[in-house]
Structure formats: structure tokens, C-alpha cells
Design a protein around this ligand. Sequence first.
Ligand code: CAA
Length: 388
Amino acid sequence: MPKRKTTTIMNFQFTEEQLAVQMAAREFAQKECLPGVIERDEKQQFPAEQIKKLGELGFLGMMVDPKYGGGGMDTVSYVLAMEEISKIDASVSVAMSVNNSLVCWGLETFGTEEQKQKYLTKLATGEWIGAFCLSEPEAGSDATSQRTTAIDKGDHYVLNGTKNWITNGNSCSVYLVIAQTDAAKGSKGINAFIVEKNTPGVVVGAKENKLGIRGSDTHSILFNDVIVPKENRIGEDGFGFKFAMKTLAGGRIGIASQALGIASGAYELALAYSKQRKAFGKEISNHQAIQFKLADMATEIEAARLLCLKSAWEKDNHLDYTLSGSMAKVFASEVAMRTTVEAVQVHGGYGFVKEYHVERLMRDAKITQIYEGTSEVNRIVISRTILK
Ligand code: CAA
């Protein structure tokens, strides 16, 4: 019989650094995010203080090179931190995900040195936060159908159009905006731009009144004859759609981790509640009907966690993570829905009232199946890859 080989590549142990990040995020979530989370949700209040402290902890530019003010951490650490913060407040973690995955990563990977010095250094430290403007009233999943135009005027572009459902829409200082420069070229005529919020012609539109992540600051943004200097274009002319797709591939790891956190937060609450609540003369955790629900939750959450971590590991090892990121996003977001619905059920009538947190987690879970690529879009990405 051949001698069994051991591998040093598949390693399920976290490093000391990764565990320290997980612990710091857990502590931050408990101490800074838990107090007031129900009120912020009710009042749709942006967690400004929490985001400021997140920046001070280095969690808003976790993976950015320290030379630009970032934390220099790996994507595995990012998944661990996203899970911990999302257990408690997904309105905080979505701001964190957009800033890290879409804005900082996009700028660090594709920006010029001048753009990095001018913008990334502020965004990675949390002095500023950023927003990513791709979706439009008629271009959500069908992202190539951009109606926002960026007309080339020589040394600058003129931007006109409306973006919808923009996370951090009012609280940010800078937008990354995707716009159509040459409609005849289709997706190859699209560009991405850095637009400062205080540029004349930028108007922050109505704030959305949402089902979940109600603390998150979601707005439409209008661009009316906005002049954007040419040096604010990201990448070569026509690179904007690829920029958006490549950036979103990593963003999907962030949102998958958010979904994972929402699920594991709801599971932990249901587990604890089941050990306290008595019915028919014993704690409900002694009833098989509850035990099986908890068993399914724990199993699915573990599978979702492994998918998130595998995708993060691939990204850290410079492998293609597009497929695994979409798989993680589809699966984790569906686990978040199933788990939160069951966590409410385990809580019975108490689950339906706000004090027990699980109804909020259930409302928050839904968006993870919609933003950064709906489950359907991510199934397109997966099926195209496996059928290639
Ligand atoms: N990496 C690099 N290039 C990519 C790519 C990727 N991951 N995906 C597509 N491309 C390229 C294609 O190769 C193609 O280039 P060529 O013409 O040179 O071959 C080009 O982009 C056009 O691609 P498709 O033909 O595949 O385009 P499509 O119209 O069929 O659309 C889609 C594909 C996957 C559906 C895409 O439109 C999509 O991802 N839509 C969803 C958009 C999305 O996720 N929006 C989220 C908004 S941001 C957000 O939600 C943030 C927040 O608030 C939390």
C-alpha cells in the first residue's frame, strides 16, 4: 500500500494573527455595536460612531498595504472579522465590506500611484469612507446597460445620470462611479471614475426606507453635468466594466461573510434561548423538534463558513476566486435566510418582537441574496464557469 502523503497546503488552523483579528472584531461588536443596535435599526440611524471606531481599529482598510495606511491583513482575517461584526450589526458590516472590498481593493489594485496617494490613504484609514456606484434604476443585474454617461471632453469627462441603492451614499466622501463613455462599444465603452462627493453637480437623493440593514445609509445619487478630471479615471479607457466585475468578485466574499455572520448570530441566539426556555416540563433544547433545527443550522453554517474561507484563501494565494466567491455568496445568503427564519421559530412569540434580535437578523438576511449580485446573477457566474 502506498504511504499516505501529508499535505501542508490544506490547513484548517488559523494563525495567531488571524485569531487575534477575530477576537478584536468580536470584542468590538459586543462593546461598540450591540448597545443601541435595536434603536439604530428602528430610527434608520447610520452607525457613524461605530464606523469611526472601526477605522481607528484598522478594519476599514484591512487588506490594504500599510504603506497606504492599511492593515496589511489577509482575506481570511477579513472573513473572520466580517462574520463577527455581522453577528451583531449588519448595518455596520455592509459599510465595512463596501469600503474594504469594493472601494479600497479597487483603488489599490487598479488605481494609479497618484490616485492611491490622494484617495486610498484616506479611505484605508477610515478618515473617509467610500461608495460604489454601479446600479441604476434600470441597470441592477443587467449591469452593462449603463445609462449614466461620461462624455470625453479632452482633459475631463462630463458625467450625467442617476445611481440607485448606493450604500454609504450620504456618509461617504468619495464615489467610484461606473458610466458609459461610448455606447457603441457596449461593455467595452464603460469607464470607472473617482468622484468626490463635494464636486458641483453631485446630488445625494432620497434615502431608502428599507426592510433590513436599516442603519445602513442607502441613497440614490444624481450626477448633473459633473466635471471629472481625466486623471480620476481608473485604468485604461474602456476598462470600467471589467473593473466593476473584478471588484465585485472580491466583494462577494465580503457579503458572503456578512451572510455567514447573520446566520451564526441568529444560531447562537437560538442555541442560548433553547437552553433557557422551558416547555412541557423541560428546556426546549431537550425536544427533538428543536434539536434537529439547531443541528441543521450548525451544519449549514459550517459549510457556508468553509466556502467563504476557501474563497478567501484562493484570493490570498492569487488563484482565481470568482467561482468560489459566487458559490460562497449564493450558499451563505440562502443559509442566512433559512437560519434566521428558523431562529425566529425557535424563539416562538419572543422571536417576533424586537428585543430578542432574531427578527432583525431575519430582515437583514434578505438583502444578502440581492446586493453584490443577486442569487440568480451568481448562479449565472457559477454555471458559465462550470459549463465552460
Ligand atoms: N472578471 C473579468 N472580466 C469579466 C468578469 C470578471 N469577473 N465578468 C465579466 N467580465 C467581462 C467579460 O469577459 C466580458 O468581456 P469580453 O467582452 O472582453 O469578453 C465583459 O466583462 C462583459 O461580460 P458579460 O458578457 O458576461 O456581461 P453580461 O451582460 O452577460 O453580464 C453579469 C454578466 C454577470 C450578469 C454582470 O452584469 C453582473 O455581475 N451583474 C450584477 C451586478 C452586481 O453585482 N451589482 C451589484 C451592485 S454593487 C452593490 O451591491 C454594493 C452594495 O451596495 C453592497
